[in-house]
Design a protein around this ligand. Structure first.
Ligand SMILES: Nc1ncnc2c1ncn2[C@@H]1O[C@H](COP(=O)(O)OP(=O)(O)OP(=O)(O)O)[C@@H](O)[C@H]1O
Ligand SMILES: [Mg+2]
Length: 273
């Protein structure tokens, strides 16, 4: 195995990054994939939404692991990894991660600390998903530096144009300076309210503006209170509301992501021939 590493990123807050990470991750596990989810946000929202309501009391987190990489301390097997009942592994995070981010300033190879960790676990998984925090700071740069691809959730209610431009510039910069193989798998419309035409307008606008360069996922995630309830339950949408439209949407997104990966593998082996 050699995991595909996906960063779920958007510096705008509350657009559905964490919800997508949890439900795409568990969606992939339901398709039989070996999945590691990495919480890369000091808020610990992904850790909370996967059943750890008090991340600040978790002893070993991404912060611990990154500090060990920085000081060149050997890691234990599966150190810090928590297994979720729905078949994914989680490396949690908590508030300590913000201290780690500050400390990166004085660290050698500060953009590639997370990458050094991921290299050690890549062989154990087929997909590694990184839940980024709402900023374009050092932690997000670390995620982009080790990712094969980015998924960009965009909340359909608001015109995302400006913020998106900034994110795309950061991706371009990381690609140029640190990680030339970084792709954008796509923009994902989230919290789509089908009672309004906004989502359709925004989807059309995104396709007009970026469509030639960036894929907009065919799947859109509908707005539903059911989705908002999952975090407190520590369960995925498949467990919380299996017949609902959000579960269906995340199942479809999972299939799209698997398809993209299959095409890429095929492309790679065609080139190799
Ligand atoms: N499809 C949905 N329908 C309704 N509510 C949703 C949906 N997806 C997510 N939410 C809710 O919207 C809020 C923001 O979602 P989420 O935490 O996934 O966003 P985020 O981008 O990770 O936020 P942050 O930038 O703070 O990390 C949460 O309260 C979540 O439960
Ligand atoms: Mg989040």
């Amino acid at each position: 195995m050699n995991a595909k590493v996906l960063a779920v990123a958007n510096q705008k807050g509350g657009v559905g990054k964490t919800t997508t990470c949890a439900n795409l991750g568990i969606g992939l596990a339901r398709e039989g994939k070996k999945v590691l989810l990495i919480d890369c946000d000091p808020q610990g929202s992904l850790s909370i939404s996967l059943g750890n309501p008090q991340p600040d009391s978790i002893p070993t987190t991404l912060s611990t692991i990154m500090s060990k990489v920085i000081t060149d301390t050997p890691l234990e097997l599966k150190e810090g990894i928590i297994t979720h009942a729905e078949g994914v592994d989680l490396l949690p995070a908590n508030i300590e991660l913000s201290g780690t981010e500050v400390g990166l300033v004085n660290t050698m190879s500060r953009e590639s600390i997370l990458k050094q960790y991921i290299e050690t676990v890549k062989k154990d998984y087929q997909f590694i998903l990184i839940d980024c925090m709402p900023s374009l700071g050092m932690l997000t740069v670390n995620a982009l530096a080790c990712a094969d691809s980015v998924i960009i959730p965009v909340q359909a209610q608001y015109l995302p144009a400006k913020g998106l431009e900034q994110l795309l510039q950061t991706v371009a910069k990381v690609r140029k300076q640190i990680n030339p193989k970084l792709n954008i798998d796509g923009i994902l419309l989230t919290m789509v309210d089908n009672r309004t035409n906004f989502a359709k307008d925004i989807a059309a606008l995104l396709r007009d503006t970026y469509g030639s360069k960036i894929k907009v996922f065919g799947t859109e995630i509908p707005h539903s209170v059911r989705a908002a309830e999952t975090s407190a339950e520590g369960k995925s949408i498949y467990a919380h509301d299996p017949k609902g439209k959000v579960a269906e949407a995340y199942t479809n997104l999972t299939k799209e992501v698997i398809k993209i990966e299959k095409l890429r593998q095929k492309h790679k082996s065609d080139i190799g021939r």
